[in-house]
Write a protein that binds this ligand. Structure first.
Ligand SMILES: [Zn+2]
Length: 473
């Protein structure tokens, strides 16, 4: 009887402790949302980053300005310290003269090919492409896959321009998965085409929008394969070229790209820190990537993640919160073209033996947050899911396994590594309309959605800091 009574007491005390934790956590989350929604500075910070600095391709002068801005912005909120961590990055420029053109013969009544029409398709060089060194003019071979390319073989491809006309799969509700499905065409297409003697490569932009914005992004040449120039056509231009090729299979496409690669150069990750009060040697990192592609303003990708990460730090400090663990905000450099910042950061943490308990990234656009993905073990997933009742009040329903972020990825060396990596999960249906294009501008980010993302991130960081993220019971 006595034993049962003791057990009952134990149950009651643990219940009341978790209830008091629950209500204290709930009060704190309300304070976080109040602070961000009423006094948040992330939207104004994004305006400054997009309008006063603009695109910031790693290696460029504007990326250097963005690093300076990031350091000053973080310092103004007075964390324990802010440092620049040197990172070597590539330096590539598209130059300022890229175009495509071709002429088609239209059928007019019975007079076939009586009328010529000049077409200037909207296109942009893929990141890292070589230039054309003058104009390249050649016939075009349209394919949808590497298999089709292989089946055509050298006899049908040599001396021609290969046109990969593959759209992202609209049936996939997860647009990231649709992007992943089409991504190999952009990354490997040029080298695959060059294997069969192609002189240049065109791809359909990776987007779900049916508009005239071309979308750039990294392409990777394989060693020992000739490097051929590569560009993305807008969805509209790709559709038109495909239709024109059906009527004029021997049309000649002229491509001019002024891209050039410079020697690698030194830039930096910006690292701000709030020292932990109880476990100063245990770290939680929050971040996004400061670099963007060189067209548009990098507003969603990833200006949003940058200003949200800064907002987490600002909010915790503004609320007078004293974290138990050391909290770091990292503005990573060069996610887009090699993930140098992410790798240098993880290497530096390992070299200094810094123990990370968790990291969180926002790099899916500044859209309405839905919750979080977690790259973690079973027990950590349980801990994370136990916070769902607190987060659901703010319409954060997703607490599931999934990818976190490219920049924080290297913090996890392998599956035995116990750091839990989180990614802000957002409504990504429109993300690829903007991604890597001239359409990724400040005006296309909604203030409330951006702030809700920052508040969601701050809430998760608070919960991890309060409760820890142990790898087992
Ligand atoms: Zn990104």
């Amino acid at each position: 009887m006595k034993r049962i009574f003791t057990l009952l007491l134990l149950c009651l005390s643990s219940l009341s402790r978790s209830q008091s934790n629950f209500s204290a956590d709930s009060v704190m989350l309300d304070r976080v949302y109040n602070e961000v929604l009423l006094k948040g500075e992330c939207y104004n910070n994004l305006r400054y980053l997009c309008k006063n600095i603009g695109q910031r391709l790693a290696g460029s002068e504007s990326a250097a300005k963005a690093i300076e801005w990031g350091k000053n912005t973080l310092q103004a909120y007075q964390p324990t310290n802010v440092i620049l961590m040197p990172v070597e990055v590539p330096h590539w420029s598209r130059g300022n003269n890229e175009y495509g053109k071709y002429t088609i013969a239209n059928k007019v009544g019975s007079k076939k090919k009586a009328l010529k029409t000049a077409v200037s398709p909207a296109l942009t060089a893929l990141g890292g492409s070589v230039g054309t060194n003058g104009e390249i003019t050649a016939e075009v071979v349209e394919v949808k896959s590497f298999d089709e390319l292989k089946a055509l073989g050298e006899e049908n491809i040599k001396g021609k321009i290969v046109f990969f006309n593959k759209a992202m799969d609209p049936m996939l509700i997860n647009t990231g998965a649709a992007y992943g499905g089409a991504y190999p065409i952009r990354g490997q297409g040029p080298s695959e085409a060059a294997k069969y003697g192609a002189v240049a490569c065109l791809i359909r932009s990776l987007t779900l929008a049916n508009d005239n914005y071309p979308h750039t992004g990294a392409t990777r040449y394989q060693d020992s394969i000739p490097q051929i120039p590569a560009a993305a056509l807008s969805a509209v231009a790709a559709r038109q070229l495909s239709a024109d090729l059906k009527q004029n299979p021997d049309l000649k496409f002229t491509l001019h790209l002024s891209a050039i690669a410079y020697p690698r150069t030194l830039q930096a990750n910006v690292v701000a820190e709030i020292k932990g009060s109880e476990f100063p040697n245990e770290y939680i990192t929050i971040g996004g990537h400061l670099d963007s592609w060189d067209i548009g303003e990098g507003a969603h990708d990833d200006g949003a993640g940058i200003v949200q990460s800064i907002e987490v730090l600002r909010t915790l400090l503004a609320l007078g919160y004293k974290p138990k663990h050391t909290i770091r905000v990292v503005l990573f450099i060069n996610e887009e073209f090699g993930n140098d910042g992410g790798m240098v950061y993880a290497d530096s943490c390992r070299a200094q033996n810094l123990k990370h308990i968790a990291a969180l990234e926002s790099d899916a656009g500044g859209f309405t947050p839905l919750g979080f993905n977690c790259d973690c073990n079973d027990y950590q997933l349980e801990v994370f899911q136990s916070w769902k009742p607190l987060l659901e009040k703010f319409s954060l329903y997703v607490a599931q396994r999934g990818g976190s972020g490219v920049d924080i990825g290297p913090l996890k060396k392998d599956e035995s590594d116990t750091v839990a990596l989180f990614g802000l999960k957002v409504d990504g249906q429109k993300y690829f309309d903007y991604h890597h294009s001239n359409n990724d501008v400040f005006e296309n980010v909604n203030e409330r959605e951006l702030k809700l993302g920052a508040a969601a991130m701050t809430s998760l960081i608070y919960l991890i800091d309060q409760n820890g993220m142990p790898a087992s019971k």
